[in-house]
Design a protein around this ligand. Structure first.
Ligand SMILES: [Zn+2]
Ligand SMILES: [Zn+2]
Length: 183
C-alpha cells in the first residue's frame, strides 16, 4: 500500500484534496474470513488539513473470502465500509490517531487494515440457517449428504439400555466375571 504525499496539506488548515486508492494488502483476516492478498481494495479518500493533522475520510470497497463456520463452504461477499480518522504528527502508539510521517507522508495501510478488519465476520455463515455437517459422518446436511443409517438412540431409554444390553457394556462384563470367580 502506497503512502500519500500530503506536504501540500500539512500546516494549511482548511486545505483539502481527494485521493483514490486501489491496492492490495497482505495478511488481512483470519482462517475463516479474509481479504486475499491478490484482491483489490478500492477507496476514495478525502484528505482535509486540520489544526491537529490530516483528517482522512471516505469509503473502502472490495470482496472478502469467507468459509462457513458450520459447513465449511467457501464463498465471497462484498464489503463497503466508511471511515473517518485523524492522522496526527504526535500520534501515540496504540492511540486513536494514526501517525503522520514527519516528511509529510500519510500511510493509509493501518487504517485500511483496521476499517476492513472490523467488517470481517468472526463466525461467517453461508446462510443464516445453515445446517452444517453431520457430527457422525461429516456429510453436508444442507445437501442431504448424511449417510448415517442407524437411528439416533432415544434419550428416554438410554438409562435402561445400559442395564440390559449386550456384552459390550462394561458393567455387565464385570458382574459376569465376579459371578464366575464366586463359583
Ligand atoms: Zn454453511
Ligand atoms: Zn451423518
Amino acid at each position: 500500500m502506497h503512502a500519500i504525499d500530503v506536504r501540500d496539506l500539512v500546516g494549511h488548515p482548511g486545505a483539502s484534496k481527494f485521493e483514490s486508492l486501489r491496492d492490495t494488502i497482505a495478511g488481512l483476516g483470519t482462517e475463516l474470513a479474509s481479504v486475499p492478498e491478490d484482491a483489490l481494495i478500492a477507496g476514495e479518500l478525502l484528505l482535509e488539513s486540520v489544526v491537529e493533522g490530516i483528517l482522512a475520510s471516505g469509503r473502502l470497497t472490495g470482496t472478502m473470502s469467507l468459509r462457513c463456520a458450520r459447513c465449511l463452504m467457501e464463498f465471497t461477499r462484498p464489503f463497503d465500509v466508511e471511515f473517518s480518522e485523524l492522522f496526527a504528527p504526535d500520534a501515540a502508539e496504540g492511540g486513536d490517531e494514526y501517525p503522520l510521517e514527519p516528511g509529510g507522508a500519510l500511510d493509509p495501510e493501518q487504517l485500511v487494515r483496521d476499517a476492513v478488519g472490523l467488517e470481517l465476520p468472526f463466525s461467517p455463515l453461508c446462510t443464516p440457517g445453515c445446517l452444517g455437517l453431520c457430527a457422525r459422518c461429516g456429510g453436508d446436511l444442507n445437501l442431504d449428504e448424511c449417510t448415517c443409517t442407524a437411528p439416533e438412540p432415544d434419550p428416554r431409554w438410554a438409562g435402561l439400555e445400559s442395564l440390559f444390553t449386550d456384552d459390550t457394556n462394561p458393567k455387565m462384563e464385570r458382574t459376569g466375571q465376579q459371578i464366575e470367580r464366586n463359583q
